[in-house]
Design a binder for this molecule. Structure first.
Ligand SMILES: [Mg+2]
Length: 260
């Protein structure tokens, strides 16, 4: 088979280049230590309670369909600014302070602490704590250093536009990318074909000249492959692929070299 030379690489962000949920959990626990100091609450348990309560509140919002479509998680909602003018974002922006307070307040209540001031302090603290934390995978910078300049690099991520761009800036990865596509900007998320059409337009390449690299088999790999883009599955935890057949599977981003 003659393989067309790769000209552009699309990268997923969360759990592909940077750690997202583990860092969110760390920020929740760090915030919870304040509750430990003030009210003797066990921080790891408070972290779990907040996640549960936030999830419940999140699923009850009228904007849940939008959040699912674009890909905004309940724990991202605890620090997202929801910038933008569509009606769901406007609604979420107005609701966010209540959501954050309620998540922390209910979690404290679950642990026998009734302290509204503390709940508000924790809700505010978490936003700042989470903004200040990031972690990329050990090989992220090495591979991006290698690829930058040699290929057109497009970050192709699901989520709220302001939040994903903030993660990129904070982690220092923004400068590696020629362009950035966030599902929140276009209203379609991976695996939707419109998302990948937009990504190809930004990459300025044909599908067969393009790779998509991501940790999510359905959203990153199957979505890309539906659009004719070769999907490379980042499988760090040795999971089974099931019915979706990725073009290739890697356990580490450095293995990308084998497919360029
Ligand atoms: Mg991901």
């Amino acid at each position: 088979m003659v393989r067309t030379a790769v000209k552009a690489i699309l990268f997923d962000l969360d759990e592909t280049l940077i750690l997202e949920k583990p860092v969110a959990l760390r920020a929740l626990e760090r915030t919870g230590r304040r509750a430990n100091d003030v009210a003797g609450v066990h921080a790891p348990e408070l972290r779990d309670r907040v996640l549960d309560r936030a999830g419940e509140l999140w699923r009850s919002t009228p904007a849940i369909d939008y959040c699912r479509r674009v890909g905004i998680s309940s724990w991202e909602g605890l620090w997202c600014e929801f910038a933008g003018e569509n009606e769901d974002l406007v609604w979420l922006r107005e609701w966010a302070p209540t959501y954050r307070f309620e998540a922390w307040s209910q979690a404290l209540n679950d642990m026998g602490v009734d302290d509204e001031r503390l709940a508000q302090t924790l809700a505010d603290d978490f936003v700042e704590t989470r903004k200040g934390l990031f972690e990329y995978f050990p090989e992220t910078i090495a591979i991006l250093d290698e690829l930058k300049g040699a290929f057109r690099l497009v970050l192709a991520t699901n989520g709220a536009s302001d939040l994903q761009r903030l993660k990129l800036e904070t982690s220092g990865l923004a400068g590696y990318f020629d362009d950035v596509l966030v599902s929140g900007d276009v209203g379609f998320a991976k695996p939707h074909p419109h998302f990948f059409e937009n990504a190809l337009r930004l990459a300025n390449t044909a599908p067969e000249q393009t790779l998509m690299v991501g940790d999510n088999l359905r959203k990153d790999v199957a979505g890309a492959q539906e659009a004719g883009i070769r999907g490379i599955w980042v499988n760090r935890r040795d999971r089974e692929p099931g019915e979706i057949q990725p073009f290739a599977e890697i356990g580490n981003l450095l293995e990308l070299r084998n497919f360029l």
